[in-house]
Write a protein that binds this ligand. Sequence first.
Ligand code: HEM
Length: 381
Amino acid sequence: MTTEEATSSVRYYEDLGCWVVWGRDQVQAALQDPHLSSETLDAVNLSYLPADMHGECAHLIETMRRWFVLLDGEKHTEARRAIQPMFSPRRIRRLEETIHVILEEELDKFGRSSRHDAMPDLADNISARTIALLLGLPADQGDLLHTWARPLADFLAVSYRPDYARAAQAALREMADFITNAPAEDGESIWNKAQGSEWDRLATSSMVMFGGLETTAGMIGLALWHMLGNNLTHTIAAATDDEPAKAVVERVLELYAPLGHVARLATQDTTLSGHAIAKDDVVLVSLTGRDLFDHSTPSTPLEQGTDQNRSDHIAFGFGMHYCVGAPLARLTVARLLTLFARRFPNATVSEVNWRVNKTFRGFDRLVLDLQAPAAAALPQR
Ligand code: HEM
């Protein structure tokens, strides 16, 4: 490798037959390039899945073909526009109090849990309950939501494995039953808002639900680990608002990107930072700030630094497909950090294990030592 290749933030990997782009400016340019399409299911996922699996997994494939995150142009815009009001700042503000109650309840349960593993015992429950709340779905089956999201995340990360494809298809079918049988309490359910044929609506509903689950749970684990490892708990606990916690949230998004990359396909010849990208080339756009194939997972958290509230990262993407769930994820995780810090100001990390999945990033274990709870001595919100 030449020095130029080592430092450049656009690089072609001969062995993988794809480009990797990283760094904020290059990523923003790639995500705005009209010749780089989001319609990548065939080129990126299905081309590696054995051909005999395509028939067996027709339901999975046909549903994902309708996921609007994997569509361009009007098809994308119309599907997104239909569900966008569910994510409006006004609606998120209306749900804020209920989210606060969910967080308090889950922290109560976590304090009483025997193993204090923040992934299954806290992060998964919070992401499932807050997303179910937002999407107008029943929240009492929170554990089920992640048993469906996980196989989908595994399939999207490693699409050539037949066992992953089968498990993802089974998960999608169960999700579909859950979504269509959910009683719509005030008409504001994702199933009611989604547009198009029944299949389109199912695809949108399952995609939006999946889109938030693994990413938010990953983000919660990373944020707790970063806060505890940087000894930020006391500062956050002492604050009268979520501002210090919000700064941690932005830094965590910048440093660890819970969604590691997104893919694009060149529909015409184009250029990125002077590199000629040919029609049909696959471009993997890294959201971690680094080359996808050139980093290991840190064993201790990186520094928080003094730069407050940096929100110019690309962890939520950029342009047309910018994450609709960003306000919900930001609010949930910042409030959680504040409430956690007030309850467990002396907590420390006793065991941490990174997930195998390199696309949906975070931990599969994050065991905490909560030590003496100190909530009573601290001001209540
Ligand atoms: C920390 C948490 C989250 C992260 C890091 C994250 C990351 C992202 C990224 C990077 C994209 C852009 C995809 C692309 O350009 O191809 C995206 C899109 C999307 N996200 Fe999120 N997300 C998070 C939370 C959520 C939540 C809570 C929801 C919903 C409840 C959600 C729903 C979506 C949807 C529906 C899209 C597709 C938008 C479109 O195609 O127009 N996300 N997300």
